[in-house]
Design a protein around this ligand. Structure first.
Ligand code: KG4
Ligand code: ZN
Length: 362
């Protein structure tokens, strides 16, 4: 960046608002998330206080169609982004002029979904002459815990969601050492597919829940010992994960049970609770076995059973387990705003309004 441009950016990064709004003179960030199926926005001050937020979830629509259809997700983001951002601003009592920067997820995620948030944000920062902070979605999940606890680097992060599964050392705001990742699918994806194969949408308690949530609920009344699944990768002593083989074991069992009960695929089995309990137990065991000191985030991390399994590991090793509450684990605008605050504090990765940024799905 030229010196003149850098000075211009510095000027833009000064505190813009009088103390009329809820915040005292602290720099304000608008965070925007559209990487998958949640349209989220939040306004946050530099101390991490959430001044206003709004979230529109597409879960219901995608549950009905049996999975996320990217063009549908894109359309829903388009229909909601303007309103969601305006709601976050209105609730915070902050005007666009008072913002110090806009932070938006630009990777990784669904191309069509990322595009909506990025396009909206670039228009917004140009119109209001605000710096832009492009955010890595996984970095945001990993840093959320620092919004809630006074946690210093380095710490270990276990990130488990519908799209990802990774174990990394967080060494700094933009500095992560990857220790392990999934070799096939992410645990949330596995739970969603198992839930679909079990037709949990037809279960009276589960039709509004994501696959992971449905399995956690049903497992509460299930016997996890009735069916034994092999924990994946028992012979590989590293930090990687694998869930496809487990899903195969579960599918075989479901087929066997359907044959025994004389029912077709698509019918609710009488033993769904026990299958859910055994599934959840094996996922928890696999994650726990590969994790020692953990800071946990991502949608799957809201699972209380998985948290308990990790607690056993951390207690045995004398370490501390920190997990953001469920609403900060699933996708939202707050975690993006917080990531923006972290960047702002470090003066790292902040771009002038007119720089062209492209999204990266992978
Ligand atoms: O982080 P997230 O909202 O989106 C991604 O970035 O993937 O995570 C969504 C995933 C879904 O696969 C969902 O089934 C799973 O997290 N999930 C859960 C629970 N709540 C959501 N998995 C297990 N237990 C839960 N309570
Ligand atoms: Zn996520």
């Amino acid at each position: 960046m030229s010196q003149c441009r850098a000075r211009g950016l510095q000027r833009l990064l000064r505190c813009k608002h009088a103390s009329g709004s809820k915040a005292s003179c602290s720099r304000l960030v608008l965070g925007i998330e559209t990487s998958c199926d949640d349209t989220g926005a939040a306004v946050m001050d530099e101390t991490g206080t959430i001044l206003g937020e709004s979230l529109h979830s597409q879960k219901e629509v995608h549950l009905r169609s049996g999975g996320i259809i990217p063009t549908v997700a894109q359309q829903l983001h388009r229909e909601n982004i303007e309103r969601v951002v305006q709601e976050a601003l209105d609730r915070s009592g902050v005007t666009p002029a008072e913002l110090c920067a806009v932070a938006t997820t630009v990777k990784p995620g669904l191309a069509l979904s990322l595009g909506v948030g990025l396009q909206f944000s670039q228009r917004f920062v140009r119109e209001h002459n605000k710096p832009f902070i492009p955010i890595h979605h996984m970095e945001a999940h990993a840093l959320t815990v620092r919004m809630l606890h006074p946690l210093t680097f380095p710490f270990l992060v276990l990130l488990v969601s519908g799209g990802h599964s990774l174990l990394a050392v967080a060494r700094g705001v933009r500095d992560f050492l990857l220790l392990g990742h999934t070799l096939d699918e992410a645990p949330g994806d596995t739970l969603d597919k198992v839930a679909r194969r079990l037709s949990l949408r037809k279960h009276p308690q589960c039709f509004t829940l994501s696959g992971g949530q449905a399995i956690e609920l049903l497992a509460k009344d299930g016997d996890r010992k009735r069916f034994g699944f092999r924990t994946p990768m028992g012979q590989t002593p590293d930090c990687c994960f694998s869930f496809a083989g487990l899903r195969n074991q579960i599918t075989m069992l479901i087929k066997k049970k359907e044959a025994e009960e004389g029912v077709e695929e698509g019918t609710l089995l009488s033993c769904v609770n026990d299958i859910a309990a055994a599934t959840q137990h094996t996922v928890a065991l696999h994650l726990a076995k590969r994790t020692h000191r953990a800071v946990l985030s991502g949608g799957v991390a809201s699972n209380q059973y998985i948290r308990k399994a990790l607690m056993i590991i951390t207690e045995a090793t004398g370490l501390r387990l920190l997990c953001p509450p469920a609403k900060f684990c699933t996708d939202n605008g707050v975690m993006i705003a917080w990531n923006g605050v972290e960047r702002l504090r470090e003066g790292n990765g902040i771009l002038p309004p007119d720089v062209d940024v492209s999204y990266e799905p992978k």
